[in-house]
Design a protein around this ligand. Structure first.
Ligand code: AMP
Length: 555
């Protein structure tokens, strides 16, 4: 999508101009590995068994071919593609992706999931849709009512198939697949490939191509020696978390990698607004603009470069100390490549990754391929930051005591000593030095979340159940998710929900698990035994000054 890249392009994949336009608008610069392999195959009509986790760009890998083939299959009002997903949040996310990519094609996409009023979904189905993105339970319900017709379906996608099996949807999947035409195209994506999934694939996929994005282990010793850390951060808190981490790390020079041009531009603006000196670098900029950015970084006029992979290709920045992945990279190889930019010539390099709660698996895959563990830490708190700033002030004062010519200030101290205790004089001087070094305290608490609860328990390829060590804040025992019908749009922050729950029930902060804040709703993980109490209490209380719809999340 730009002139000076030597890597693969979306144009080369033969996608329709309407899709290329949408991708350009979204700022996607090049296909991810899974897209590169899957798109031509799926456009050609073949079946596919793909092993890929969230964060690899798998949604576009199946959505773009479905949209590419839309016109050829579109008939009346019946759906031509059915995407089955394990959870309502994924249904919303996937249908939003279809919307974004298929806008210029006028694609009609409908998410259907349990827990939402069925009447609206029935009405939309009646009006005609091209793509249905559904959780299996609700899809079956609609099928049984005769409202969802699958006889025109040309493509079925099973997304996060291992999750669907884990959640007990095996029979529902079989029943749904039986209602679709035999000559359909079938696509199955899964982060892991347990044996049960193989059986399902054998029954329903015809001679599928197999793609796995993490098939290669990096040769031993290739991974650079770099201090690696990941932080789990909800999407909305990422800019604040990044700021906090940068304050603590105090890099000499850092590259912050983003997925798209839009993200590069908006993050640069946010960082500059927060007082950092950041410069954007992406494929949409002219050579002259890019040269200017690089010289500002080299001369120390800027200390943060916010870039896409494509734009940063081939850059070698001498003074680089930190690489930050603002998102988990879409391929393990790209992680290894990015962090290889620091830790050269015997200097310590630091690699920091901000992962969203649902990106646990991709991080695990990266660990495997990169051949080194990536410890997960909590985002530094306000108290950590204050302590770190005091540390920096102390170090600066120590340096001054050891080296500087201080005698000319003696008269100031002696005069003040007549009136005050020496300790008090010293304290006042430290305060001034601290404030002059920019030590004003930011007091924005960043929500502490953990990886999504259902992304830690995995069945491995040999079919043996296994629990991976996942950071959890809620104590052991079953948990339930509570749906709250207010989200970012209403200004809701995790603290509001924690406050409301701990204020109205017997739960304490540490009993509450992951919290996801979406545009119009939020999901909170609480102990199963307390879920009904939480629902009752939140119904009776105000959140951000408003009453919210509250219920158990059923998908
Ligand atoms: P997924 O693995 O499908 O959940 O996608 C992960 C994220 O990557 C989503 O936010 C997508 O919008 C984004 N994404 C997908 N493909 C690309 C691409 N080729 N370039 C940049 N971002 C992408």
């Amino acid at each position: 999508m730009n002139d000076d890249q030597d890597g693969p392009t979306f144009d080369a994949l033969g996608l329709r101009p309407e899709l290329l336009h949408a991708l350009g608008t979204l700022g996607y610069e090049e296909p991810t590995p899974i897209q590169l392999e899957a798109i031509p195959l799926l456009v050609g009509g073949g079946d596919l068994l793909g092993q890929a986790a969230t964060g690899t760009g798998k949604t576009a890998a199946f959505a773009l071919p479905v949209l590419q083939r839309l016109e050829a299959h579109r008939s009346g009002g019946s759906p031509v593609a059915l995407v089955l997903v394990p959870t309502r949040e994924l249904a919303v996310q996937v249908s939003e992706a279809f919307h974004r990519y298929g806008k210029d094609l006028g694609a009609r996409v409908l998410p259907v999931y349990g827990g939402a009023p069925i009447v609206r979904q029935l009405r939309s189905l009646q009006a005609g849709v091209d793509v249905v993105v559904a959780t299996p339970g609700r899809a079956l319900d609609l099928l049984n009512r005769g409202s969802l017709r699958l006889d025109e379906v040309a493509t079925v996608v099973l997304d996060e198939a291992d999750e669907m099996l884990d959640m007990g949807f095996a029979e529902d999947l079989e029943a749904i697949l039986d209602e679709t035409p035999e000559q359909r195209q079938t696509v199955l994506f899964s982060a892991t490939m347990p044996r049960r999934l193989d059986a399902l694939a054998r029954r329903h996929l015809r001679d599928p191509a197999r793609i796995s994005i993490a098939r290669e282990q990096a040769p031993a010793g290739e991974a650079p020696r770099v201090r690696q850390t990941a932080y789990v951060v909800p999407r909305g808190a990422k800019p604040a978390a990044l700021g906090r981490i940068l304050d603590i790390e105090a890099p000499t020079a850092a590259i912050v990698f983003c997925r798209t041009r839009e993200e590069v531009d908006s993050l640069t603006e946010t960082l500059n607004g927060r007082g950092y000196r950041a410069e954007p670098l992406h494929g949409g900029m002219s050579q002259e603009q890019r040269d200017k950015v690089m010289s500002r970084l080299r001369s120390g006029t800027a200390d943060l470069l916010v870039a896409t992979d494509v734009a940063a290709r081939g850059l070698d920045i001498e003074q680089l100390t930190h690489v930050v992945n603002y998102d988990v990279p879409s391929a393990p190889e790209s992680y290894v490549h990015r962090i290889g930019r620091v830790g050269r010539a015997g200097r310590e390099g630091v690699a920091i990754t901000l992962a969203e709660p649902r990106e646990h698996r991709m991080l695990k895959t990266i660990e495997k391929v990169a051949g080194s563990p990536i410890p997960v830490q909590t985002v530094p708190t306000v108290a950590d930051l204050r302590a770190r700033r005091l540390d920096l002030t102390r170090a600066a004062l120590r340096e001054s005591l050891l080296g500087d010519e201080l005698d000319r200030f003696r008269v100031v101290v002696e005069t003040l000593a007549d009136e005050f205790d020496l300790m008090e004089v010293a304290l006042a001087a430290v305060k001034l030095a601290h404030e002059a070094a920019g030590g004003t305290d930011d007091d924005e608490e960043i929500p502490q979340v953990s990886f999504r609860p259902d992304s830690g328990k995995r069945t491995d390829a040999r079919g043996a159940g296994r629990e991976t060590g996942r950071p959890r804040r809620s104590p052991g025992g079953p948990t339930a998710r509570v749906f709250v019908g207010l989200g970012r749009e209403a200004g809701v922050r995790p603290g509001d929900l924690v406050g409301a729950i701990t204020g109205e029930t017997e739960l304490r902060g540490k009993d509450i698990g992951s919290i996801e804040i979406h545009q119009r709703f939020a999901l909170v993980e609480v102990p199963e035994s307390a879920a009904d109490d939480v629902v009752r209490s939140l119904r009776a209380t105000m959140i951000r000054g408003r009453k919210a719809t509250v219920r158990r999340d059923r998908t």
